[in-house]
Design a protein around this ligand. Structure first.
Ligand code: ADP
Length: 573
């Protein structure tokens, strides 16, 4: 029996040994199973209780398994809980790495010199990327560059690659930012837009500049002086004022004369201000090239005044700044730079004058400051044009800014003749009957030019065009001749060509050419329909066209309106 017991005991030990293979039980569990195993080993195998004991053992094992699983789950919850209740990381922007492996970061306006968690590779951090920092401001993670941020214009690319951005007339709010990794070696231009990260310290992304292309024309069509009819006096003044100082700088220096910085071309529309501007650019560059033996190119910046008149506060100033900074940049690159501002009165107005009074009045000071800044610069010429020079702020027209005002007048009879001669070219097909009548192409062309200018310059009831009521009580009648312009003459010739083309089509002939009747009809239609003449009797609109001191004019009345009215009256009577 004792033996049996012992045997049973041994058996029990064996079982206990095998039970020890069950993994990971805590002390209490091991003890419960061990005790149970002890009981089982001491129970005879044929004892009916053994079944219950084995069942109990199985249940205990299942419970312990579940207990282990529950514990594991609690462990996970614990971990998640402690993560969620940890203090938040702040976000800073990485500016650069120091030699000792520490980092420079910025948070808001403050900069920090800070340690980096060894798990973060400081060498891989790019300037501008956002980093997580812990309570000790140590960098503990990289979360990549910000995807948002303000868009700003570059006002100047500094020689070391940093960027000057923003800033108004006085230069306040201007800042310098560094470039982020993505645009570190991109070629950036003044006036281009970049996105800075939310702390405003690093420029992260660059956008293609579009605005510049809207306003600037880099090359200019070849306009020889011979393509400008009349205007001898204006051309003479321009050549003396602009060409000579550029072509003979040493002479000007010897006589202590400062070269001119800018001129104002003023006069009625369509009389050649832009044309003269382009001719100046083309011819001056040509002569400069010949004289200096350098392959100098012109850089013609055509700026349409009303177009940069922007209602957004500060936007026009920014554009003025951009224009001048591009000019300086191009001059440095060796270009001969011309800033041509058409309809300058729209942006450079006296602050009290007429319409557009809601424009930001800092454009004028900005422009003056930029003009003054040109002192030390060579090779930048500013040309303004205007139909209403009386609207231009006098500060602009002071000596050493736009020092020379050149009047571009309406064509006189001789100039009318010259301009018609320019557009009735030698290659233009003329009416064969006319050629036969005058005995040759040249003679026929000459007669067409003579006759057309005589026709325009007639003074009779048909050519009465405008009545001007003056402050002194008198009334002036203006005729076609008083409102003729280069643009109108160009248009007359183009219209006559259209008539000749249509006739060729109608009569199915290749021999048709511009006839006297075409020219006569074209002139009549031009004075009736030309878009350059205002359709109403609005004083402001007409004052741009007529050569009167605006203050002396009370009102204006187009004669055809008057004639129509009296025709209507007589038909009613
Ligand atoms: P503005 O700048 O004075 O308003 P533009 O120079 O733009 O006038 O003239 C418009 C067009 O009229 C020119 O492109 C040219 O075809 C013609 N034109 C004007 N004046 C002259 C001129 N003096 N000689 C030749 N063509 C002229």
């Amino acid at each position: 029996m004792a033996n049996d017991r012992n045997k049973g005991k041994d058996n029990g030990r064996d079982r206990r040994d095998s039970s020890s293979e069950i993994p990971v039980y805590n002390q209490t569990q091991i003890r419960s199973l061990a005790v149970l195993d002890e009981v089982i080993s001491r129970t005879e195998p044929d004892d009916p209780k053994i079944q219950y004991l084995l069942l109990l053992r199985h249940q205990l094992e299942v419970d312990e398994q579940q207990f282990a699983e529950a514990q594991e789950l609690i462990g996970k919850y614990d971990e998640a809980y402690s993560k969620l209740t940890q203090p938040a990381n702040r976000i800073a922007v990485f500016l650069g790495k120091n030699e000792d492996g520490t980092a420079n970061i910025a948070m808001g306006d403050s900069d920090f010199y800070t340690n980096v968690d060894p798990n973060v590779s400081v060498d891989e951090l790019m300037p501008g990327t956002r980093v997580r920092v812990n309570e000790a401001y140590a960098v503990v993670g990289d979360i990549g560059p910000a995807q948002n941020g303000a868009i700003v214009k570059i006002s100047e690319v500094l020689s070391d690659g940093r960027l000057k951005i923003g800033g108004d007339v006085q230069g306040s709010n201007a800042r310098v930012v560094v470039r982020g990794g993505a645009i570190a070696s991109v070629d950036l231009k003044n006036g281009q837009e970049v996105r800075v990260e939310p702390y405003g310290r690093v420029a992260l992304e660059a956008f293609k500049s579009q605005a510049s292309n809207d306003f600037f024309l880099e090359s200019v069509a070849e306009v020889d002086w011979s393509k400008v009819g009349g205007q001898e006096q204006a051309i003479g003044v321009i050549r003396d004022a602009i060409e000579l100082p550029l072509l003979y700088p040493e002479l000007y220096e010897r006589f202590g004369k400062k070269p001119l910085k800018g001129i104002l071309l003023y006069g009625p529309p369509g009389c050649g201000k832009t044309l003269i501007g382009k001719a100046t650019v083309h011819n001056l560059t040509k002569e400069y090239r010949e004289r200096t033996k350098k392959d100098v190119k012109e850089y013609f910046m055509y700026i349409n005044g009303p177009k940069i008149l922007n209602m957004w506060l500060g936007e026009s100033e920014r554009q003025i700044r951009e224009i001048f900074s591009t000019a300086r940049e191009k001059a440095k690159e060796g270009y001969l730079v011309f800033i041509f501002i058409d309809e300058a009165e729209s942006i450079l107005r006296t602050r009290s004058s007429g319409r557009f009074t809601n424009i930001s009045n800092t454009v004028v000071p900005q422009f003056c400051a930029e003009m003054d800044g040109l002192v030390s610069l060579d090779n930048v010429v500013v040309i303004l044009t205007s139909n209403r020079p009386d609207y231009i702020d006098p500060a602009i027209l002071r000596p050493e800014r736009i020092d020379r005002k050149v009047k571009v007048v309406r064509p006189d009879k001789k100039a009318t003749h010259d301009i018609l001669g320019i557009y009735l070219t030698e290659t233009l097909p003329l009416d064969y009957r006319l050629v036969a009548e005058f005995g040759g192409e040249r003679e026929a062309r000459g007669s067409l030019v003579d006759r057309t200018s005589e026709f325009i310059w007639r003074k009779n009831p048909e050519t009465e065009f405008l009545e001007v009521y003056l402050r002194n009580g008198s009334v002036d009648t203006l005729y076609w001749k008083d409102l003729v312009s280069g643009a109108l003459l160009t248009s007359v010739v183009e219209r006559a060509k259209d008539y000749a083309i249509k006739r060729s089509i109608d009569v199915k002939s290749t021999k048709e050419g511009v006839s006297w009747e075409d020219m006569e009809r074209a002139v009549r239609t031009e004075f009736k329909e030309n878009e350059i003449f205002p359709k109403t009797d609005n004083l402001e609109d007409w004052l741009k066209l007529v050569d009167y001191e605006p203050d002396n004019v009370v009102s204006l009345k187009p004669v055809h309106q008057k004639k129509n009215a009296s025709a209507l009256r007589s038909s009613i009577i």
